[in-house]
Design a protein around this ligand. Structure first.
Ligand SMILES: [Zn+2]
Length: 163
């Protein structure tokens, strides 16, 4: 959490975070709804939301483990979409490998969070790791990273740590 961050400082932080975790709602829509800039909400989503989810998992603040897993899966989905777009731009010559690696780090962070939370859950809930959605995420990520061996290696190591 940052004092510099307008989203963190907002009284509507819970609503902002809930909006960011909803599939089909864009960062721009969340920003507009709260009178914030796209960049500040995007920075908040990247830098502060994962940390907050991790703290919630630690404190078991969330109503149920299922709800938390849903949120983390959604976060991974969002990061995956961003990685896809960045990679597509890189292929067109409009993006850089550094950007792709940045998103790969984000994805690794989200996966580490998922792994940390999964450790605290009963085995049935860990089945999310073999769900069709997860398999799709993994497949898309592997394909997206093919042109970037270093990033692919880092992602593979992160996946391996999930078991
Ligand atoms: Zn923030």
């Amino acid at each position: 959490m940052s004092r510099q961050c307008t989203a963190c400082r907002s009284d509507d932080r819970d609503t902002i975070d809930a909006g960011l975790l909803r599939v089909g709602v864009t960062v721009q829509e969340v920003a507009d709804a709260h009178g914030l800039s796209h960049d500040s909400v995007w920075r908040h989503a990247r830098n502060h939301l994962p940390e907050r989810l991790a703290l919630a998992a630690e404190a078991e603040e969330v109503a149920s483990a299922d709800a938390l897993l849903d949120e983390i899966t959604t976060l991974i989905h969002r990061v995956k979409v961003a990685l896809d777009r960045t990679e597509a731009r890189a292929v067109e010559g409009a993006g850089s490998e550094a950007d792709v690696q940045g998103w790969t780090r984000e994805l690794r962070g989200a996966l580490t969070l998922l792994a940390a939370v999964s450790e605290r859950l009963p085995p049935a809930q860990v089945m999310v790791l073999s769900s069709p959605e997860w398999v799709q995420v993994r497949g898309v990520m592997t394909a997206a990273l093919r042109p970037f061996p270093e990033a692919a290696k880092a992602a593979a190591q992160a996946l391996k740590s999930l078991g």
